[in-house]
Design a protein around this ligand. Structure first.
Ligand code: ATP
Ligand code: MG
Length: 286
């Protein structure tokens, strides 16, 4: 298999031994914060992200076709964290849905009263629930750059009106499905990022990963309280830990101590349990 892409967290291999060629999307245990990959892996992270994505691809297949072919014929070294998928021509838009205001969305709102050109009511604060979920697309930044908000018109200019409408509708439908389903496990989906591409017939297909703690902010519903930072089942714990270090948020990142790794690993496993209803069982027995 030929390595065709190595990102911060995942590798893509092209398997030309089958016809038509298939991709193997492999999630590593790497953790990145502030776009810097930390030197310390989080055991099981890649497997949990892979399992959650498969869970959601299955539960959104009636809304949008997805890239999944299956998990057969995966080399032993990638066991549990690789998916065979259809190669797509990815669309150059990060499709973000937000149901709550935080992070860069909140910053943008505080500056302009809008996010991606969507006007929001006055008086919203950290963590506010939005009147309805909104589509806040961004650019896909090149390596070393950060994503920028795009207005809907900018998406139209890039991919055409029909495709832009479809991306918005599909992103919001998948978000709503995810938010509704996660609520059963006491989880609020504050926001999520999706990536779509085109298959060889030109149809729009959901690719990448779906509703994972790397692509979404998950908050426990029982402690939700707008006006302050929420407890988050994702990398926030590592960001908070790193805030006390003398680190300028550029590479190389700091080594993460075992106890911090353990907290992150437990949070990923906990979110898996809350979303799927099944206890996380490590495929590598770590
Ligand atoms: P980073 O996450 O480090 O900013 P990245 O998003 O490029 O960079 P990863 O998320 O680690 O890297 O790797 C996944 C890559 O695979 C993404 O570029 C994503 O767009 C691409 N991808 C996902 N699914 C498919 C697919 N079915 N066909 C082609 N490319 C895909
Ligand atoms: Mg990515």
């Amino acid at each position: 298999m030929k390595l065709v892409h190595s990102g911060k967290v995942r590798e893509l291999y092209l398997d030309e031994s089958v016809d038509p060629a298939e991709l193997l999307l492999v999630a590593s245990d790497r953790l990145s914060i502030y776009d810097v990959v930390l030197p310390t892996p989080v055991p099981d992270k890649g497997a949990i992200l892979t399992a959650l994505s498969l869970f959601w691809f299955d539960r959104t297949a009636d809304l949008v076709p997805n890239h999944v072919i299956g998990t057969h014929d995966v080399p032993a070294e990638f066991a549990g964290r690789a998916v065979r998928c259809r190669p797509l021509e990815m669309l150059p838009v990060e499709c973000i849905a937000r149901g709550y205001l935080t992070g860069l969305g909140l910053k943008e709102y505080q500056k302009n009263g809008t996010v991606s050109g969507v006007r929001l009511p006055d008086g919203l604060v950290e963590g506010s629930r939005l009147p309805e979920p909104i589509f806040t697309p961004t650019t896909k930044a090149a390596v070393g750059e950060h994503d920028e908000f795009m207005t809907f018109d900018e998406v139209v200019a890039l991919v055409g009106a029909d495709t832009a409408e479809q991306l918005r509708a599909l992103t919001l439908e998948v978000y709503r499905r995810g938010a509704e389903s996660a609520a059963a496990g006491g989880i609020l989906v504050a926001d999520t990022k999706l990536e779509f591409g085109r298959d060889t017939d030109g149809g729009i297909v959901l690719g990448d990963e779906v509703l994972t703690p790397d692509s979404s902010r998950f908050w426990p519903a029982d402690s939700y309280e707008p006006g302050r930072q929420q407890f988050s089942f994702d990398k926030q714990y590592v960001r908070d830990w790193s805030a006390d270090l003398d680190w300028d948020r550029t590479a190389p990142g700091p080594e993460v101590p075992d106890d911090v790794v353990k907290v992150v690993q437990d949070r990923y496993a906990e979110v898996y349990r809350r979303i799927t209803g099944s206890v996380w069982e490590s495929p590598v027995g770590s």
